[in-house]
Design a protein. Sequence first.
Length: 107
Amino acid sequence: MLSHPHPHPGEPLCDEDEFAELLKELVATYAPRLFAIVQERGERVDGRIAAWGLAFEDEVEVLSVDNGSRPTLRSPERALRGFSRRPLVSARVVWVDPDAADPPEEA
């Protein structure tokens, strides 16, 4: 599906509903994984999100919440180096788990 980088006009592959389902499967298959770089001060004294990241198959994009820097790296673990340089500060990767979020409050 969409294997040619420059598609040419032609006959539809299928009907609209089936094509929408194919696109949904394509997105689900290749979606990046979301993670955070979390900094911890001391031994469980305080913690904060220092950056958000998207992990693709062969690289990661990281966005710092402080200065907006956006390095592209090979793995989430490589991003840790830049976030644990201060004394008494360590950093770790935390993968986003949508099921762990608090449910929204009813209005």
